[in-house]
Design a protein around this ligand. Structure first.
Ligand SMILES: *Cc1c(COP(=O)(O)O)cnc(C)c1O
Length: 380
């Protein structure tokens, strides 16, 4: 099998329909049926396991670039991939598929709590935390543990194997939101995950110009059901977004490795020099936890997440720091080639007001360090 970077450029070559080197942008919503009357199949005889890979019919079902995205992502993610029009659509689809009575969910991305709350409103989904006692007490057969790791906004890590074993001992399922550490940083399937979720808006997209998400499963039957559901949820990726995502995936490996390396170096600088800056109180990142969490070495074997968080002395520093940085735009989101910083309390009401989340881009890390140095020094 070819290497990752080769697959990212070539995994979809066999799906080419035109001689164009770059995939065309298909804007059509509907596709002509075959001209050969013998090839026409009536609805009740259609093989619905081929909705996302067969001849396209209507773009809510699939279209050429959504099929190509799934093909490239399946080589990257080591499983069967279903693509969606956002990460939250993917999470909605996962809960729709498993339909748990009880969901164990940690802090993590606020939007996933918003989805869980919709299920609670619609059909009384009971929600508990990731606390072991709560899991032991409430999680049963067919329920779901949803683990985000590394977790938003700190970029610190949880033990996938521990929660996989916990879930399976109860007859429950483990979904891992691995958005913060996509391959080759971490592979949740190696540690027992049943389903993996990524917001492709982040590192797979990587250019802050598209929304997408995906679910990954090891079981083709699960994929077929997810695709059948997606037809009616109406959450397939859009035409333009699928074109943009394919463009992005070609350079994905270089970007993620550089972003991970930049974050790890910047975190090390800040942690090593924390006493130099009176405004800086704490740095959170999985790279700083390797001694206390032995599983990190095995589970984040390909590198640390490109996102980390810092705690500053008081909320007024948190309010001002972004405006003092030259190379970190003050904006929400993460994963793009451009570095971002966010005073996180602006978009997540549950996060303390002294926390700033940093998403490292692909800039020169010496410039990033110098930028933090001058910004933090200004408070001394
Ligand atoms: C952004 C994000 C999501 C949601 O993805 P969207 O593409 O914005 O819908 C889910 N989980 C995590 C960890 C995220 O960072």
């Amino acid at each position: 099998m070819a290497g990752l970077s080769t697959n990212l450029v070539h995994a979809d070559d066999s799906l080419e329909r035109v001689p164009d080197v770059v995939q065309p942008i298909n804007i059509t919503t509907t596709f002509k049926y075959s001209d050969d009357p013998e090839e026409l199949v009536i609805a009740k005889e259609i093989d619905d396991t081929k909705i996302s890979t067969g001849r396209p019919v209507y773009s809510r079902l699939s279209h050429p670039n959504s099929t190509k995205c799934e093909e490239v992502l399946s080589t990257l993610l080591n499983g069967h991939v279903v693509i969606y029009n956002s990460g939250l659509s993917a999470f909605f689809a996962a809960l729709t598929y498993y339909a748990p009575k009880v969901l164990s969910i940690g802090n993590g991305y606020h939007g996933c709590h918003g989805i869980a709350n919709i299920f609670t409103r619609l059909n009384g989904l009971k929600q508990v935390t990731l606390d072991v006692n709560e899991i032991d007490q409430h999680i049963g057969k067919g329920d779901v543990i949803h683990l985000e790791t590394p977790v938003n906004p700190e970029g610190i890590a949880f033990d996938i194997k521990f929660f996989a074993d916990k879930a399976h001992s109860k007859g429950a399922f483990l979904i891992v939101d691995a958005t913060f550490a996509p391959p080759p940083l971490q592979d949740p399937f190696l540690h027992g995950a049943d389903m993996v979720l990524h917001s492709a808006t982040k590192y797979f997209g990587g250019h802050s110009d598209l929304l997408a998400g995906c679910l990954v499963t090891k079981d083709p039957e699960v994929k077929y059901q997810l695709v059948r559901d997606r037809v009616y949820l109406g959450t397939n990726i859009g035409n333009l977004e699928s074109y943009l995502l394919l463009r992005s995936l070609r350079t994905y490996e270089m970007r993620i490795l550089k972003q991970s390396e930049n974050a790890t170096k910047l975190v090390k600088y800040l942690a090593d020099n924390i006493d130099k800056y009176s405004a800086l109180e704490k740095v959170y990142h999985a790279s700083l936890e390797v001694d206390e969490k032995p599983f990190i070495k095995e589970q984040l074997s390909g590198g640390f997440p490109p996102v980390f968080s810092i705690i500053v002395k008081d909320p007024s520093v948190a309010r001002q720091l972004p405006s003092k940085l030259k190379y970190f735009h003050h904006a929400t989101s993460l994963g793009g080639v451009e570095s971002l910083i966010e005073w996180r309390a602006m978009s997540d009401s549950k996060v303390i007001e002294t926390l700033l989340r940093v998403s490292c881009g692909v800039e020169n890390v010496e410039d990033m360090i110098a930028d933090f140095d001058q910004a933090l020094s200004s408070f001394n």
